[in-house]
Design a protein around this ligand. Structure first.
Ligand code: FAD
Length: 466
């Protein structure tokens, strides 16, 4: 075989991969990246439309990217589930809600102290370099204008609940407190393209337009078989870095290790809730992320509820899925800032997503499990708190969109655990130290309900150390 031998080859261009590239190129001159460029005008050839029971508002119009992600990666999603991925530059990271949970250390305290410190420092470096907004600690802050509607004064006697502010992934720095009305939603968002244009464009990065199908051993190298719409190609590398997002990274490793047993995909089951505020909540943006999180301290129900006022994109998405509401669209839009939308996210132990090889495909499915009772209890807790503020009307609407519709997939090949399906603290696969995993597959998120900050901090750390 006369293929070129790469020192390091990265697969993926989501935010986990870009955070890796950024720190890797601080010490190294160049990097090669496998990144598939799908023809965006082309319609997908597959038709399992059930996965669009409720497409996230940010992803409406991107159906073909999602369908081809499943098609090329040979994944079937069971009819009961709602699962998303995207095969394009940036992947799922193009659509995220820009909220980062500040709890960076809470879910990694089983790792060595030194590893924890390196991840924490990498997070602070990202915060400063990307000019994220919010307060992390006294030396790492870039404050934004606070929410004025529900505040800490309602917590005097409540020991179980507390309010937290997320860090928001807008790249903006100002000497004054940042106002949402001053944010440019196209330019300031931490999207993969903005990250690339601002920090990586002038660097020496070679993109290879293929998607990866298979990993194999070849002498003392790693061999990967790739494809695009025209041809097949084989790459050989001394070190392979996988940042394909949890699902595809896990699938490739299961294939490589010949694992045919069921693998659990950890995730945060989500309840959508709609509450009705007596006053309008200001909203200067097309898609404003929540800047207020209600969290619980008590173990049985570790949850996070976020709150944001309605906006035109959300209202359009609701009308698309509940068409009978279309005659009322005008009125709904007048009151949209009184409509407070909440995601209640709960711990992965209540999750219910699995993956298993079935012939030439991998199937994603869930089992019989009732999470609705638990959500009912948690919603009661949240609603009781909102009622105490005397700023809400006494009714609400709940909707459980199914397992997988939370878009947070992680914790399949954990760092610091034992067994074939695990990585060491340098994120090297136990059975082959030449393969590194840098996305959500190596981390679990029990306390932290908005994982991308920690995922990026970890991949940045590996980029520095490799
Ligand atoms: C609507 C929505 C809202 C969200 N909100 C939040 C939030 O507020 N906070 C938060 O923390 N998280 C949020 N998430 C989750 C977050 O977006 C993901 O955790 C994150 O984007 C994962 O990043 P990644 O780099 O690991 O994977 P991805 O961004 O999915 O990147 C995977 C990469 O691999 C590529 N790829 C896939 N298969 C192949 C293949 N076979 N060959 C080659 N390349 C391949 C893809 O093209 C892509 O470049 C949200 C997700 C969605 C969809």
């Amino acid at each position: 075989m006369k293929n070129k031998i790469y020192d390091v080859l990265l697969v993926g261009t989501g935010l986990s991969s870009l955070a890796f590239i950024d720190s890797y190129l601080e010490k190294n001159k160049k990097i090669d990246v496998i990144s598939f460029k799908r023809n965006t005008k082309e319609k997908s050839k597959i038709n399992n439309k059930h996965i669009f029971k409720i497409l996230p508002p940010q992803m409406i119009g991107e159906e073909n990217q999602v369908l081809d992600y499943f098609h090329f990666n040979k994944i079937k999603v069971n009819k009961k589930n709602n699962f998303f991925g995207s095969l394009e530059f940036g992947g799922l990271s193009n659509y995220w809600g820009l909220q980062i949970d500040k709890n960076i250390l809470g879910d990694i305290n089983h790792l060595k102290k030194n590893t924890q410190i390196k991840i924490l420092n990498s997070f602070k470096e990202l915060f400063k370099k990307l000019s994220l907004i919010g307060n992390f600690d006294d030396s790492t802050k870039n404050p934004f204008e606070k929410n004025q509607y529900i505040g800490k004064e309602f917590f005097n006697k409540n020991y179980d609940l507390y309010l937290d502010e997320p860090i928001l992934a807008f790249q903006k720095k100002s000497n004054r407190i940042i106002k949402f009305s001053d944010i440019n939603e196209d330019k300031d968002k931490l999207t993969p393209l903005n990250f690339y244009n601002k920090h990586l464009k002038k660097k020496n990065i070679t993109f290879h337009n293929y998607f990866i199908e298979e990993i194999k051993d070849y002498k003392n190298l790693v061999l990967i078989n790739c494809k695009n719409s025209k041809e097949k190609k084989t790459f050989l590398t001394k070190k392979l870095i996988l940042g394909c997002g949890t699902l595809i990274t896990t699938k490739l490793i299961m294939d490589y290790l010949n694992i045919s047993k069921e693998v659990r995909i950890n995730h945060h089951p989500r309840l959508f809730s709609l509450y009705f505020s007596k006053n309008k909540w200001k909203n200067a943006m097309k898609f404003q992320p929540s800047h207020l999180h209600l969290k619980s301290k008590s173990k049985p129900y570790l949850f996070t509820a976020d709150f944001r006022p309605g906006n035109k994109i959300i209202i359009d998405a609701i009308i698309k899925f509940k068409f009978f509401l279309s005659p009322f669209k005008f009125i709904i839009n007048i009151f949209r800032e009184n409509l407070i939308f909440s995601n209640i996210l709960i711990e992965p132990k209540h999750g219910n997503l699995f993956m298993k090889k079935k012939n030439s495909f991998y199937e994603i499915y869930s089992k019989n499990k009732d999470v609705k009772k638990l959500f009912k209890k948690i919603n009661n807790t949240v609603f009781k708190f909102l009622k105490k503020t005397k700023r809400f009307l006494p009714f609400y609407i709940n909707y459980f969109p199914g397992y997988g519709a939370d878009f947070h997939y992680f914790g399949t090949i954990l760092m610091g655990k034992k067994g074939k399906l695990s990585v060491n603290e340098k994120c090297q696969l136990r059975n082959n130290k030449k393969i590194y995993l840098i996305d959500g597959s190596v981390l679990n998120f029990k306390k932290n309900k908005y994982p991308l900050g920690l995922i990026m901090a970890n991949s940045r750390r590996i980029g520095k150390e490799i």
